[in-house]
Design a protein around this ligand. Structure first.
Ligand SMILES: *Cc1c(COP(=O)(O)O)cnc(C)c1O
Length: 240
């Protein structure tokens, strides 16, 4: 496969951006909300910064990277004036120091040692880091995320740490579709609503991040208010 030229890629991204924002708007309406109620975050792993910046020029205002090294390589060249940068991948404890001052939110917190390190570094940088707790909603082995049965206990412990604000939940359900997938999304929505209703200190539950290229409309219909979309926007990923 030959790589596309930038003009070709830009045109493709423009077309995709329109389709996705339309789909998000329609799914939002089907679930009794509006387009503005849903945050469209682009998952930018493997995507050249020129292409990312083109998407930003179209109005994209949230991007998320998966790998610390890749984020650092691109960091100086992102056009972040009107766009917010988050971390969405699995995060090794020893790499948190590289991104603590660069991202507005870490979406994949799932261990207390990670929380403790984020806390320590956030305090050092005199900031409060927003985090989403990743939930292993399918209870899959070898997958990141907190087991749903341990979620409340985890949150109760995590919220005691300084420099951290628990801003919501994130999930990547098992590979499945239809009703089975809706069930996972709806379970997440239920945890989100239940925790929100407790009005616990230092927890706002304002973000429910779920849904990717293949299932974002379904996730929105089940209650997601943030979707993370990569390949539907940028095309098939080319790993270099
Ligand atoms: C890559 C990625 C996405 C987007 O995946 P697509 O299927 O390409 O939309 C979403 N969330 C996370 C955590 C990712 O790593």
């Amino acid at each position: 496969m030959t790589e596309k030229s930038y003009p070709e890629l830009f045109a493709q991204v423009e077309e995709n951006y329109k389709v996705i924002t339309d789909n998000i708007a329609e799914a939002a309406i089907r679930s009794g909300r509006r387009y503005e109620d849903i945050t469209f975050l682009a998952a930018t792993k493997t995507v050249d910064v020129e292409v990312i910046n083109h998407a930003i020029s179209l109005g994209l205002d949230h991007i998320g990277e998966n790998r610390v090294q890749e984020l650092l390589d691109k960091y100086d060249n992102y056009n972040l004036e009107k766009c917010d940068l988050q971390f969405i991948g699995q995060l090794q404890k020893n790499k948190i120091k590289y991104i603590i001052d660069k991202v507005s939110q870490i979406q994949s917190a799932d261990s207390m040692s990670q929380i403790s390190e984020i806390s320590k570094l956030a305090v050092k940088h005199d900031k409060v880091m927003n985090i989403l707790i990743e939930v292993n909603i399918g209870r899959e082995e070898n997958k990141g995320g907190v087991n749903p049965d341990a979620l409340m206990e985890f949150i109760d412990e995590a919220r005691e740490y300084k420099g951290i604000h628990i801003n919501g939940l994130m999930a990547i359900p098992p590979i499945c579709e239809g009703k089975e997938l809706s069930k996972y999304f709806c379970d997440m929505k239920q945890y989100y609503v239940d925790i929100k209703s407790k009005n616990i200190d230092n927890i706002s539950m304002s973000v429910l991040s779920m849904g990717m290229s293949s299932d974002y409309a379904q996730a929105i219909e089940c209650g997601a208010n943030m979707v993370r979309i990569g390949s539907s926007l940028f095309g098939k990923r080319i790993y270099k």
